[in-house]
Design a protein. Structure first.
Lengths: 256, 274
């Protein structure tokens, strides 16, 4: 546990030294401020487009930080040869991966929390029928989302270069957010072998779309049922565990 | 690899459909030069995507490709409803098909329309649509419709349409919309007649359907009738009856105005001594 904490601690210090986070934080703050100060034909309380764009930016920026930060952890350690003193200590390779995972996750969650605080302030100031319960669910789902992203990027970094890893993660993010419903409908409405094939693809894909509460938050739909949150939590845990297990195995077989 | 490509093609097809819809919403395909389609239509596409975003907001953030109430409402073809059913029904899911069930629960499929004051939420997207492409006529007419008819901002609606008319002086739609607002909201019949007649002239020069023609002619006919110019209204109702032979409304109007004309004619003859 102490090893994991030490690895995670060094990653947080790295975040504080990075400029990306500060730039994105100021950008989201200024953009939301500008958008909410905009008036249209003296209409009062027009807020949904601010909530919509705010949530999209919040998730995208958190994703960017999580991916770019996690993707370079293994390659940079190997390239700078700082991994050898670490592995010389009594740290198993699975433990090392777990340390990197929690480090990446803590960094991503801290970033997300700060972005989310800005978003929540604008969301609540927007008035209308914004539900605090939905806001809490949005935060929880954002953390689940980052758990999955960090695990996936760490898994990829065992066999992909830094740039390939970042590119693939972004492509996956766009495809799954844009076409996940199409995959599901393909599986539901096709028959026989095609249905099984599409179903298998659907089960294998990391479902970033499950965590997307943008429409619900923006248009003030009802909060999700508790069993759905629990089911998504279990899904995230299982998916991350499998990814990290295989990441550990791949890292163990890697020639350093 | 081929299979992956095929799957991707199948998945991308509906999205391309939406993109094409956005591209085509503004004008007919043959009107757009090829080089513009390749290089210069970006603004037009983004502007139409912004109108589509407004449509999405009108439906509470849920896409309904088969529902065009937002635009129809603005052109007088339908009225706002609160909720109505979905078309295609999904197969029953097994309780063990957990991922599909999660997806079903997280996704919103209800079909609702914004009503009352909440309609204001579509305005930013329509406003930006007109800002991005000042030749997007639909952005101006839709914005003015919601401002004047749903949000009680009639003067703002007229001002926005005037701005649209400056950018699109040959648009029959904007002329018709200004005429309609002058007729319905201000009872300013002279101004309504001026704009609606201009809309009628402009409409004749471009391809249009019978519903669009009805939109202009009916408001012009009502304007004439309210001005006491039944003689001018009658040919318009006859034209409308020709366009919509099954419509009882126009038949009744023609009968009403014809009998009025017959009653008026002997009086006129008596007065003039003929």
């Amino acid at each position: 546990m102490r090893t994991i904490r030490a690895i995670a601690g060094s990653m947080i210090r790295e975040l504080l030294r990075k400029k990306d986070f500060y730039v994105l934080f100021i950008f989201i703050l200024v953009l939301l401020g500008l958008l909410s100060s905009q008036t249209f034909f003296d209409l009062e309380g027009v807020s949904r487009y601010v909530k919509d764009l705010g949530y999209s930016l919040l998730m995208l920026f958190s994703f960017i930080i999580a991916v770019t930060f996690t993707a370079k952890q293994l390659p940079s350690e190997i390239e700078a040869r700082t991994i050898y003193p670490l592995l010389a200590k009594p740290v198993s390779r699975h433990m090392f991966i777990l340390g990197k995972y929690f480090g990446g996750l803590v960094v991503s969650v801290i970033t997300f929390t700060l972005f989310f605080a800005v978003y929540a302030a604008f969301y609540l100031a927007g008035g209308e029928e914004g539900s605090p319960m939905l806001l809490v669910q949005g935060y929880i789902f954002g953390v689940f989302f980052l758990c999955l992203v960090v695990a996936l990027v760490l898994f990829f970094s065992n066999f992909l270069t830094l740039s390939a890893n970042v590119t693939l993660s972004f492509i996956l993010y766009m495809i799954i957010n844009g076409f996940s419903d199409s995959f599901r409908d393909l599986a539901l409405f096709s028959k026989g072998a095609a249905s099984v094939l599409y179903g298998a693809i659907y089960y294998l894909l990391p479902h970033f779309d499950f965590f997307d509460l943008r429409v619900r938050l923006t248009h003030a739909w009802d909060p999700l049922a508790t069993w759905v949150i629990a089911a998504v939590a279990v899904y995230t845990f299982v998916y991350c565990s499998i990814l990290l297990y295989f990441a550990g195995i791949l890292f163990g077989r890697k020639r350093l | 690899m081929i299979l992956a490509w095929l799957v991707l093609t199948i998945l991308i097809a509906p999205k391309i459909g939406a993109y094409n819809q956005a591209f085509m919403a503004g004008r007919a395909e043959r009107d757009v030069p090829v080089f513009l389609r390749l290089f210069g239509e970006g603004r037009n596409i983004v502007s139409n995507l912004s109108v589509m975003q407004a449509d999405l907001y009108f439906h509470g953030g849920v896409a309904h490709v088969d529902c065009d109430h937002m635009r129809q409402t603005a052109m007088g073809q339908a009225d706002i409803e609160d909720e109505h059913g979905e078309g295609e029904k999904r197969p029953e899911l097994s309780p063990f098909n957990i991922l599909f069930r999660i997806s079903e629960q997280t996704e919103i499929t209800s079909h609702v329309h914004l009503h009352g004051d909440r309609v204001k939420e579509v305005i930013p997207w329509l406003y930006y649509s007109a800002e991005i492409d000042p030749h997007n006529v639909m952005a101006y007419t839709l914005t003015a419709f919601y401002l004047a008819d749903r949000l009680n901002k009639v003067s703002e609606g007229i001002a926005f349409l005037r701005e649209g008319l400056r950018n699109n002086p040959e648009s029959w739609q904007i002329n018709a919309e200004i005429g309609r607002i002058y007729f319905e909201h201000f009872r300013n019949y002279e101004a309504a007649e001026r704009y609606l007649k201009r809309a009628m002239e402009l409409q004749r020069k471009v391809p249009h359907d019978k519903f669009q023609e009805r939109y202009v002619l009916s408001f012009l006919a009502y304007t004439y009738q309210d001005m006491g110019r039944e003689k001018d209204a009658l040919p318009l109702y006859r034209r409308l009856e020709k366009l919509f032979p099954k419509s009882k409304v126009f038949k009744e109007k023609i009968m009403e105005l014809s009998s009025l004309k017959q009653n008026l004619e002997p009086e006129t003859r008596n007065r003039t001594g003929r």
